[in-house]
Design a protein around this ligand. Structure first.
Ligand code: RIB
Length: 305
């Protein structure tokens, strides 16, 4: 049986410029390579989960501007239910300004717009939307008080909680919340913020995995960029090795990894199978430009596997 996913996070419009390199402070560089894509970590994860076989509904706050309308249409087209999203009159959607260099690395500056106005009261008032869901997939781009409220409600309804701690709060995540999280997927930077341990090699990554578990997170999965993803399996370190691809844009690869992971989990796959599926979807996505525009089809992932 397919388990239903509730996804909560930010939806943004991504304004993306591609250039040979990212400008240094005070420098201006010209490029004629500019594109606009639907994005936001929550948006990307929900669309990836839906395209890759999940049954997904979304919760956030959007505005009434054109971007909010475009993003709603884009999410629906990808099969994500937007019926429970709140729309704040006069507010705008989130906007992300993204620069991508010739090595496919990016820098992102974003303003969450209406996403930032989501309150714990909004989440409580919408608590009925959790009732028919089995998995909560959540990012920290929404206000943290609202995120923590959603996690508490999800656990009170026996849901599995999957957290992307991006951006990681400098003060860390409270222990009473960490204990409610089943899977957390930080990258190296977020891991360092949450544990104080710089991830420089497999030994420090293993130490930080144990530190995350000591904080209460049941199954941490640290994404190590081009080096794969490290987790704890039956008490031992397990490294899911990366695929060898030539990336042109790594924007949202982490989101696509988590969306694919969540979809596989919702379809009853084992942790190892979820990781393989997720890393394959993420690797394929880096060979195409954009965030949601780079999500591969389920057939493409299966062919690669
Ligand atoms: O993870 C990539 C996403 O981060 C982009 O789509 C952008 O909107 C930012 O939220």
């Amino acid at each position: 049986m397919k388990n239903k996913i509730l996804c909560m996070g930010c939806i943004n419009i991504d304004l993306v410029m591609y250039a040979s390199r990212i400008p240094r402070p005070g420098e201006t560089i010209e490029t004629d390579n500019f594109q606009t894509f639907p994005g936001g970590k929550g948006g990307n994860q929900s669309v990836a989960a839906s395209i890759l076989g999940g049954d997904v509904k979304f919760f956030t706050k959007l505005g009434t501007d054109d971007y909010s309308k475009q993003l709603t249409i884009a999410q629906k087209k990808c099969g994500v239910s937007m019926d429970d999203v709140l729309y704040l009159d006069g507010a705008t959607a989130g906007i992300a300004m993204i620069m991508v260099d010739e090595n496919a690395q990016n820098s992102i500056l974003y303003t969450p717009g209406a996403n930032r106005m989501l309150t714990p009261d909004d989440v409580r008032a919408s608590s009925h939307i959790f009732d028919d869901c089995d998995i909560l997939e959540i990012t920290m781009e929404s206000p943290k008080e609202a995120v923590y409220e959603a996690i508490k409600i999800a656990k009170s309804k026996n849901m599995i909680v999957i957290m992307d701690p991006a951006p990681a709060p400098k003060e860390g995540i409270p222990a009473e919340i960490a204990e409610l999280v089943d899977f957390i997927k930080p990258n190296e930077t977020e891991t360092e913020i949450l544990t104080g341990i710089a991830v420089t090699d497999e030994i420090s990554a293993w130490k930080s995995l144990k530190a995350l578990q000591a904080k209460g997170f049941r199954t941490p999965i640290i994404s190590l960029g081009g080096k794969g993803a490290l987790t704890v399996l039956d008490g031992e370190a397990y490294l899911e090795r990366p695929l060898n691809v030539k990336p042109i844009d790594t924007t949202a690869a982490g989101d696509i990894f988590l969306g694919a992971f969540t979809s596989a989990l919702s379809n009853g796959k084992s942790l190892k199978e979820c990781l393989k599926f997720a890393k394959t979807a993420a690797a394929i996505s880096t060979m195409k430009k954009g965030a949601q525009s780079s999500i591969p089809s389920i057939q493409a992932v299966e062919a690669f596997l």
